[in-house]
Design a protein around this ligand. Structure first.
Ligand code: C2E
Ligand code: MG
Ligand code: MG
Ligand code: MG
Length: 276
């Protein structure tokens, strides 16, 4: 029977019947155990500055290598956390861990890199969201100006006005706002038209479309630049794509062509080479 206990929250007072679509080994207890044991960690994917060819920053990406069940994708892990309301708690762990590690790295560098953390739209619904982040960042001593939140629009998002207000609040702290996966799914032009965000990430699907219609992508980059946001291209796998994007004035590039996501230890290694 349908009752609140077998429904999961989908935001904006929408509910969906919980149909056990998650494997039973993905549960809060197993997640917490894996965090404890180090089977859940953060990987980092560098973002390359097209002008200087140097690493400008990194994006934290959660990884779960379970001893028993193997690799569990972020989409499964984050999806589970979103649907059970565990995302706020997991999200705090992610921010804390990422800030701690990147602070440790930055303390060894002359030129500090910035840190992007993915935020689920469900986290924005938590009243305490921004205060929690401010507390964590302060406690660790991480420079707020170096932190960027990557937000993806989804179909259950709060009203445009509410999001606008949340973005303003985030920006007033010095923390930066990035729109992830732009050009895919639900992202609308409203986002880049009105929000004064710091960065737009062009989705991999648009990067793949580049060779079909370069002028379209060039115009998109120009359009984004009129809002003063930086443009990052995601999922760049080939030299031809990199070269196109460079000529078109794309600011930053992320993708396997430059770097794959890597462990914190690998990041420490490659950063040293990059900054010499
Ligand atoms: P995203 O934020 O758009 O991250 C980019 C995804 O593309 C990552 O997948 C990355 O590994 C992958 N990628 C990067 N370059 C390339 C490339 O050149 N080719 C291909 N084929 N893929 C590339 P990943 O790590 O599996 O993460 C998937 C999504 O899960 C992320 O998409 C993000 O939405 C979510 N996610 C990952 N980590 C976190 C997290 O810590 N918190 C939250 N809330 N979401 C996360
Ligand atoms: Mg992202
Ligand atoms: Mg993305
Ligand atoms: Mg993407």
């Amino acid at each position: 029977e349908i009752s609140l206990s077998n429904c999961i929250r989908k935001g904006n007072n929408k509910y969906e019947i919980y149909n056990e679509k998650y494997e039973p080994h993905i549960n809060i207890e197993s997640i917490e155990k894996s965090i404890e044991s180090g089977e859940i960690t953060l990987y980092y994917q560098p973002k390359v500055d097209v002008k200087s060819k140097k690493i400008k920053g990194v994006e934290a990406l959660i990884r779960w290598f379970d001893e028993e069940y193997g690799y569990i994708t972020p989409n499964k892990l984050i999806g589970f956390a979103e649907n059970t309301g565990y995302i706020s708690s997991l999200g705090r762990w992610i921010i804390r861990k990422a800030c701690e590690e990147i602070k440790e790295l930055n303390d060894t560098l002359d030129q500090r890199i910035d840190l992007s953390v993915n935020i689920s739209p469900y986290q924005l619904e938590d009243e305490k969201f921004l205060n929690d982040i401010k507390d964590i960042v302060k406690e660790i001593g991480f420079d707020q100006e170096l932190l960027k939140l990557e937000i993806t629009e989804n179909e259950n998002m709060e009203s445009i006005d509410k999001i606008h207000q949340i973005f303003r609040e985030i920006k007033s702290t010095g923390i930066k706002v990035s729109i992830d996966d732009f050009g895919k799914g639900y992202n609308s032009i409203d986002y880049i038209k009105n929000y004064n965000v710091d960065e737009i990430k062009i989705d991999k699907s648009l990067v793949e479309y580049l060779e079909n219609n370069p002028l379209f992508i060039k115009s998109l980059i120009n359009m984004i630049h009129t809002t003063n946001a930086y443009v990052v291209a995601e999922g760049v796998e080939r030299k031809v794509e990199y070269d196109f994007l460079e000529r078109m004035g794309c600011d930053f590039i992320q993708g396997y062509y430059c770097y794959k996501p890597m462990s914190f230890n690998s990041l420490l290694e490659i950063i040293k080479k990059d900054t010499i």
